[in-house]
Design a protein around this ligand. Structure first.
Ligand code: TRP
Length: 328
């Protein structure tokens, strides 16, 4: 049997480099592996766990589908779908999962704590349930492998715990999913703190940014005088070098590290070169994206076909689970 792979991205604005390296590159790699069956969704149900605008959500959902296609996900090889098209399965299973999960376990997750700090007026049940819905996304397909960024590891751990509980209590056969790590899984924020994130202005480069925009974003990234001892290198400079490594290779990074302890890094030149390298990688994706914007029927068809394929799997898992839990 092929290992099933599931992943998703929340449609909150354009995809950025963090999504691209943390998730999409891994998704593409797994799609080309004949031993895997890949399912990739747009996690639009998860988008309502933080404040949102329905019109923007609809547009962002399509935009993520187009970004998937533009980046190289292939509907012939992967099932591409929108989570809310299967809401009755995903949400239903997450409700069943809530019966084997304690409130305290959910309240202690770092992602939950971050979000209630960011949105103190939006401490909702949906937010608390976020990890259960994610566990349901994965387990409704009995997926064993999940390509997501490092920050999602606590959620995968929750999914494993739930799988174990459901199997022990109800005699079901959910797999315990593992995270699939991509090489560039940690993309740092341009602000010098934490990871690249859509919720922090000035921290990210979008997959659709043009060269001048990338240059401007990099120009704002904090640096230092350009020389010093490597042990004292500020995080902001390490972050820039991390991006150099991702886009220009580890050798270029090492050259800058040597410069740092000798004649000094000229950040103006570094940023110019880096901006060009990032744009070179993104340009073909942007071109495909623009083409897809003109073929909305094709995108609709991909989404409808994906929902149909996904449903064939979800129905069976729900039937088994209901049966085991004493329903029907
Ligand atoms: N929580 C994930 C993120 O923010 C998005 C997501 C929702 C997801 N459901 C999923 C990822 C299921 C993998 C599998 O990146």
């Amino acid at each position: 049997m092929k290992t099933r792979v599931l992943s998703g991205i929340r449609p909150t604005g354009m995809l950025h480099l963090g999504n691209y390296f943390g998730a999409v590159k891994g998704m593409i790699q797994l799609q080309d592996d004949p031993d895997r069956e890949t399912l990739y969704m747009v996690a639009d149900l998860h988008a309502i766990t933080t404040p949102y605008d329905p019109r923007v959500l609809r547009a962002d959902t399509r935009s993520v589908v187009m970004s998937y296609l533009a980046a190289g996900l292939n509907p012939e090889k992967s099932t591409l779908f929108v989570q809310s098209d299967l809401a009755e399965y995903h949400a239903q299973l997450s409700f069943y999962f809530s019966s084997v999960t304690s409130v305290a376990r959910m309240q202690h997750l770092p992602t939950y704590k971050d979000k209630i700090r960011q949105h103190p007026d939006n401490v909702t049940m949906a937010l608390l349930n976020y990890p259960l819905l994610m566990a349901a996304d994965i387990l409704v397909y009995k997926a064993g492998l999940v390509p997501v960024g490092l920050d999602q590891e606590p959620h995968i751990e929750v999914a494993r715990e739930i799988a174990r509980k459901m199997n022990a209590v109800y005699g079901l056969n959910f797999p315990e999913p593992e995270r699939f790590a991509t090489s560039g899984e940690y993309v740092p924020s341009l602000s010098g703190e934490g990871k690249m994130s859509k919720s922090v202005v000035g921290s990210y480069i979008s997959v659709l940014d043009d060269l001048p925009t990338i240059q401007k974003s990099l120009a704002r990234a904090p640096t230092d005088s350009g020389t010093g001892v490597s042990e004292d290198m500020p995080v902001s400079v390490k972050n820039l070098l991390q991006l150099v490594e991702l886009f220009q290779g580890s050798q270029r990074r090492q050259e800058y590290e040597v410069l740092y302890t000798s004649s000094g890094i000229r950040y103006g030149d570094l940023k110019k070169e880096l901006a060009q390298a990032i744009y070179t990688e993104l340009e073909p994706i942007q071109q495909k994206y623009r083409e897809l914007e003109k073929s909305s029927e094709y995108v609709e068809q991909v989404i409808a076909q994906g929902a149909g394929k996904a449903r064939q799997i979800t129905q069976q898992t729900i039937d088994e689970t209901k049966q085991a839990m004493g329903f029907g």
